[in-house]
Write a protein that binds this ligand. Structure first.
Ligand code: ADP
Length: 187
């Protein structure tokens, strides 16, 4: 049983590592980015609203993602733990999450922060743009996503530092090395 948050700038490898770690602990990976992309694809009202922000590289409003997470965490498969991948991304979201978890009588085990320098992130994201063709992986949007991360999400590191469960991981290295250091730090 593990309740984990994976944090890190766009391109840090959160999703990739969360994918591996969820298999190990048999827990669901909850990616707000993935859930929002599904809503966009299905053309729901929420998807249409979210798309404007995503295509610009801005954050979708807190109320929208907090609602998504609230609905998801009460599902039965989260009773044995979960990995939040890409949520929270603002202090407001982190505070809302604390409230939701308290209501559900759940406690977080670890907040994993993958640290990767900006120059490397831009390289990786441009590479991914060519391979996957995600509509928010162009140079302009990438720059804005990094800026958004640095201004809105980085303050979360301090928010979680005080809790004693923050695990700082060097996100440079091979996929296996990074998985190893995550597993060592969350055991
Ligand atoms: P990346 O980490 O590479 O930016 P994600 O798939 O996590 O990719 O997110 C893609 C986009 O979805 C973000 O740029 C943002 O617009 C939106 N998004 C995802 N999660 C959140 C969140 N927790 N709060 C606000 N917006 C979010």
């Amino acid at each position: 049983m593990k309740r984990l948050i994976f944090m890190g700038p766009p391109g840090a490898g959160k999703g990739t590592q969360a994918d591996i770690v969820k298999e190990k602990f048999k827990i669901p990976q909850i990616s707000t980015g993935d859930m929002l992309r599904v809503a966009v694809k299905n053309g729901t009202a929420m998807g249409l609203e979210a798309k404007k922000f995503m295509d610009a590289g801005d954050l979708v409003p807190d109320a929208v993602v907090i609602g998504i997470i609230r609905d998801r965490l009460v599902e039965t498969d989260c009773a044995n733990g979960f990995i939040l991948d890409g949520f929270p991304r603002t202090v407001e979201q982190a505070k809302a999450l604390s409230g939701i978890l308290k209501e559900l009588r759940m406690e977080l085990d670890s907040v994993v922060n993958l640290d990767v320098p900006d120059e490397e992130l831009v390289k990786r994201l441009l590479g991914r743009a060519i391979k996957e063709g995600r509509s928010d992986d162009n140079e302009e949007t990438i720059k804005n996503r990094l800026h958004t991360y640095n201004t809105k999400t980085l303050p979360l590191i301090d928010f979680y530092k005080g809790t004693g469960i923050l695990r700082q991981i060097n996100g440079l290295g091979s996929m296996e090395e990074i998985t190893d250091s995550i597993l060592k730090q969350i055991q």
